[in-house]
Design a binder for this molecule. Structure first.
Ligand SMILES: C[S@@+](CC[C@H](N)C(=O)[O-])C[C@H]1O[C@@H](n2cnc3c(N)ncnc32)[C@H](O)[C@@H]1O
Length: 219
C-alpha cells in the first residue's frame, strides 16, 4: 500500500522527497542527510514528521541529557541523530535490514567522531527478535511517521511495550492520513496513557506522548 499518492509524475509538494539530500540546522549542528527515494523508497527520505519531532525535541520539554533512547523506523536517522546531538547518553537507531547501510552512513556523516560511540545503528523489524533489546531498557522511545501500515500495528505496539517501562516516555510524531491510523492510537491507549503534546499546523503533524500503564494485577 502506498504511503502517499505517488506516481512518476509526483506532486510538486512531494518533490523534496526526490532531492538527493536534505539539510537542517538542529542542536547547533548542520545536519545533512543523503536521500534515495528510487533505491529505498520511504526509508530513504526525510518525512515532515521527523522534522517536527526534532523541532519538538529542541524545545527541551522532554529531557534527553543522559538518557538512553531508541528510535524505531528511523529511515534517514534524523530524529536519532538529533537526539544524540541534544545530549542523550546512548541512542539506538533502528530500522529494517535493507535500510541499515544507508542509515549508518547518514549517522557517520552527522555525529561528531567523539560522540559516535554513543550511537548504535541496529536492525529492528517490529515484533521480531525483541529479546535482543533489553525489556523496559529505554528511557525514551522515538518514532516519526511510523504509524501507517495497518498490518504492522500489533507488532509495533508489542515493540513499544517491550522497550519501555512505566517510567519511559514514548514520543510519536504522526501524520494522520487515513482513518485507520487512528486505530493505532486506540490500540495504544489500551496499554499507554496517551496525550497530544504538540501539533504543527503547517505540516499537519501531531506529536503524542505515551507512558505505559501499570501492569494489571488481578486479585
Ligand atoms: C515513513 S518512513 C519514516 C522514516 C523516518 N522516521 C522519517 O520520519 O523520516 C517509515 C519507516 O518505518 C520503517 N518501517 C516500516 N515497517 C517497519 C517494520 N515492520 N519494522 C521496522 N521498521 C519499519 C520503514 O523502513 C521506514 O524507514
Amino acid at each position: 500500500m502506498a504511503l502517499v499518492p505517488y506516481d512518476g509524475n509526483y506532486l510538486p509538494v512531494l518533490s523534496k522527497l526526490h532531492n538527493t539530500s536534505a539539510e537542517f540546522r538542529f542542536a547547533d549542528h548542520n545536519v545533512r542527510l543523503t536521500q534515495d527515494w528510487n533505491k529505498l523508497g520511504v526509508a530513504a527520505v526525510v518525512w515532515d514528521a521527523a522534522v517536527v519531532m526534532c523541532m519538538y525535541l529542541e524545545l527541551g520539554q522532554v529531557e534527553l541529557t543522559g538518557k538512553v533512547a531508541i528510535e524505531l523506523g528511523a529511515g534517514t536517522g534524523l530524529v536519532g541523530i538529533v537526539a544524540a546531538l541534544l545530549g542523550a547518553k546512548k541512542v539506538t537507531i533502528t530500522d529494517r535490514e535493507p535500510a541499515l547501510g544507508f542509515l549508518a552512513a547518514n549517522v557517520k556523516e552527522n555525529i561528531p567522531p567523539d560522540q559516535l560511540g554513543a550511537v548504535e545503528v541496529s536492525e529492528l523489524t517490529w515484533g521480531q527478535g525483541l529479546e535482543r533489546y533489553p525489556k523496559g531498557g529505554f528511557d525514551i522511545v522515538l518514532g516519526a511517521d511510523i504509524v501507517y501500515l495497518e498490518d504492522t500495528f500489533p507488532s509495533l505496539l508489542q515493540t513499544m511495550e517491550h522497550l519501555s517501562s512505566e517510567s519511559s516516555v514514548v514520543l510519536l510524531a504522526c501524520k494522520i492520513r487515513y482513518q485507520r491510523d487512528t486505530n493505532f492510537l486506540s490500540m495504544l491507549k489500551q496499554r499507554f496513557t496517551v496525550h497530544q503534546v504538540h501539533y504543527d499546523k503547517e505540516r499537519d503533524i501531531h506529536i503524542y506522548k505515551a507512558v505505559k500503564l501499570p501492569a494489571r494485577r488481578d486479585l
